[in-house]
Design a protein. Structure first.
Length: 122
């Protein structure tokens, strides 16, 4: 008598936790705003953030949800470091933090985000 095959596990795609992404993005934006005391550094950082946002627009498109943006973030942001170096060969701070700030700012365009918070359908 043969045994039934044992099912070890089931794999499925798991979304990147939105709460984690929001925390990281907001922290990046907070750090960007912290550069305002040094106008030159802030201008250079803002230039990088704008370049990353432009690339996000190309990669994600104009219509997206906060969860979709978080999923894109979970795929990695190595590309953002390349964009940062192209925009400013000597960045004022960690390109990863500037990428987080760019994601935070881009989040404002999400179809389920308004007034600084996620909008849920009732």
């Amino acid at each position: 008598m043969g045994r039934a095959p044992t099912r070890l596990c089931s794999l499925r795609a798991v979304s990147y936790p939105l709460e984690n992404a929001l925390f990281q993005w907001e922290e990046g934006h907070r750090r960007l705003e912290g550069l305002r005391d040094d106008p030159r550094a802030y201008r250079r950082a803002a230039l990088v953030v704008d370049a990353i946002r432009d690339e996000l627009r190309r990669r994600v498109g104009p219509t997206f949800s906060a969860g979709e943006l978080a999923d894109h973030y979970s795929g990695g942001t190595d590309w953002a470091a390349e964009v940062a170096i192209a925009a400013s060969p000597s960045p004022v701070t960690d390109p990863g933090l500037l990428a987080d700030a760019a994601f935070w700012l881009y989040l404002r365009g999400a179809r389920d985000y308004a007034g600084g918070q996620l909008v849920t359908a009732d």
